[in-house]
Design a protein around this ligand. Structure first.
Ligand SMILES: Cc1cc2nc3c(=O)[nH]c(=O)nc-3n(C[C@H](O)[C@H](O)[C@H](O)COP(=O)(O)O)c2cc1C
Length: 344
């Protein structure tokens, strides 16, 4: 009997639908997918990079790495081993990976657990309930981060926490007082009822970003409206959650792509256990403060993501662009970068 043709676009749509649930800074969704006989190609979309907050494209590649992990999980859910070639085209720095369908192997329990959390993972902003995460779960999160070649450091030392809180506040003060940075953020916070499929909607953030010792991003533009920041020098430990730093040994595009895959493993495993994450990447977007974050916690390596993990009210989902807008049969056409291509 002749083999049935592979329903390529159906399979590609299934993978892309999983991919786009990934987090991205300001919900920019900086990715595009192309499909062909070799599988699904993942491209970064530099026109969706934040030129001021992320001039080197580091956070864009972290987001794409998270999307890549989702593609891997979606393939594993169907029982196929993904065949991944990272940075397959030396002439195109935005072609981050090609993922082909490998041989059959039943998915593991962990893979199924993470896959089942794809649509349940949402970003939390604000305080957490005081319940601590179990040591077993924390050990699992660390293990998953290690499998991607990264390290998940938990930060419990009060001095280090105080230092990270101060650096987060300092970066927020810089951002809030900088008209161009504030305008860039405002571009990605559409007003209620805008109908946009990207950006951070008003239901996803509190009006007051300073409800914990780790300042939140001022999505509501309170500083622009003249409200003073609530300087909270106290560390309200019970509602802070578990502070973690995801780090890599080196700091090149392959490390950023790796970080995204590790991040998504951590977020999905956490979500499967009803634990949500609050992101505090503001100090990592300013080179001097990023260096100081590293010095506060690490003896070596590079800080990539700063998160708090805990039990919170159910965070709500944010929109995504329709799959038809991010998936094409051909590789995407010319891309007009907001940021220059990083060199590997
Ligand atoms: C690299 C990266 C940096 C982020 N930085 C922040 C941040 O500093 N503050 C914040 O509230 N959310 C941050 N986020 C979360 C995004 O805003 C969030 O993923 C996006 O709005 C989509 O919402 P969702 O995660 O609920 O699907 C970040 C996400 C990524 C991937």
């Amino acid at each position: 009997m002749a083999a049935l043709p592979v329903p390529t676009d159906h399979a590609a749509r299934y993978l892309a639908r999983a991919a786009v649930t990934a987090p991205s800074p300001c919900n920019t969704q900086p990715w595009h997918f192309g499909y062909g006989s070799e599988g699904l190609c993942l491209f970064a979309d530099p026109a969706r990079c934040l030129p001021l907050a992320d001039p080197g494209g580091r956070e864009m590649l972290i987001s794409c790495g998270a999307a890549l992990l989702n593609i891997r999980l979606a393939m594993r859910h169907l029982g196929f081993l993904p065949r991944i070639e990272a940075f397959p085209d030396s002439a195109d720095p935005w072609h981050l990976a090609t993922v082909g369908w490998g041989p059959y192997a039943a998915p593991t329990a962990d893979e199924e657990t993470m896959f089942s959390a794809l649509h349940r993972r949402h970003t939390h902003r604000g305080a957490f309930q005081p319940d601590p995460l179990s040591a077993l779960l924390v050990g699992g999160l660390r293990w998953h981060a290690r499998q991607e070649g990264t390290e998940l450091r938990t930060v419990g030392d009060p001095e280090a926490l105080r230092s990270l809180a101060a650096l987060t506040r300092a970066s927020e003060a810089t951002r809030r007082g900088h008209p161009a940075l504030a305008a860039e953020l405002a571009n990605w916070t559409p007003p209620h009822g805008s109908g946009r499929h990207d950006g951070v909607p008003a239901h996803a953030y509190p009006r007051d970003p300073d409800t914990t010792a780790f300042a939140g991003r001022d999505y509501a533009g309170r500083a622009r409206m003249g409200y003073a920041a609530r300087a909270s020098s106290r560390l309200t430990l019970p509602t802070l959650g578990l502070v973690v730093l995801l780090c890599t040994r080196h700091d090149r595009p392959p490390d950023w792509l790796r970080t995204g895959q590790a991040l998504q493993r951590v977020l999905l495993l956490a979500a499967a256990h009803r634990v949500t994450a609050a992101f505090h990447t503001q100090p990592l977007e300013l080179p001097d403060l990023r260096h100081r974050v590293g010095r506060s916690v690490l003896t070596a390596g590079h800080p990539q993501m700063l998160l708090r993990l805990g039990y919170g009210d159910r965070a709500r989902r944010t929109p995504r662009r329709p799959v038809g807008d991010v998936l094409s049969h051909e590789p995407p056409g010319p891309r007009y970068p907001a940021v220059p291509a990083p060199s590997r």
